[in-house]
Design a protein around this ligand. Sequence first.
Ligand SMILES: [Zn+2]
Ligand SMILES: [Zn+2]
Length: 187
Amino acid sequence: MADIDLLLARAKEFHGDMCPGIVLGTRMTTIGMRELHMDPMVRNRDLIVYVEIDRCITDAIQAITGCSLGHRTLKYRPYGKFAATFINLATQDAVRVSAREKERTEKPGSEAMNEAGKMLRDAPEEDLFRVQRVRVVIPEGDLPGFPKHRTRCSRCGETILDDKEIVAEETVLCGNCARGSYYTEAG
Ligand SMILES: [Zn+2]
Ligand SMILES: [Zn+2]
């Protein structure tokens, strides 16, 4: 079994500092991988992780699993929840690990952080986490591997990969043009 402190060190190095989120994410990863019969000390190419928040825990998950957006093995769903689902592509087994709601007693400051971190490292698993067997159907266009489909937006002309276009009345649009974007043209 992997040494939790070794994994914590790996997560800390990637994240830049140690914080309760790193401890939480490290433990979530060890649970998720254990449930899929994977060794967290070894990169597993069949592992896909959906994260439900873009905070510290996600860096721990990425650092330990090696899953990343660029490899299409890390998926982000903006739900604002301390939860992640670990999927074994080879077997389709999937497990969702979520943090149980806790009275947050830590105060800002490194002393308090250390205390909170230690508590999270040592607390019994079932006090901190809920583990659910789940089923995830990963769309073809979200799988790792060479792009199978590409098209062009009829409005802005930009290329769209991986089935991300929106087709309405036979018009092909990109997400930006169809739904409104996170940016607007300046000037
Ligand atoms: Zn952090
Ligand atoms: Zn467009």
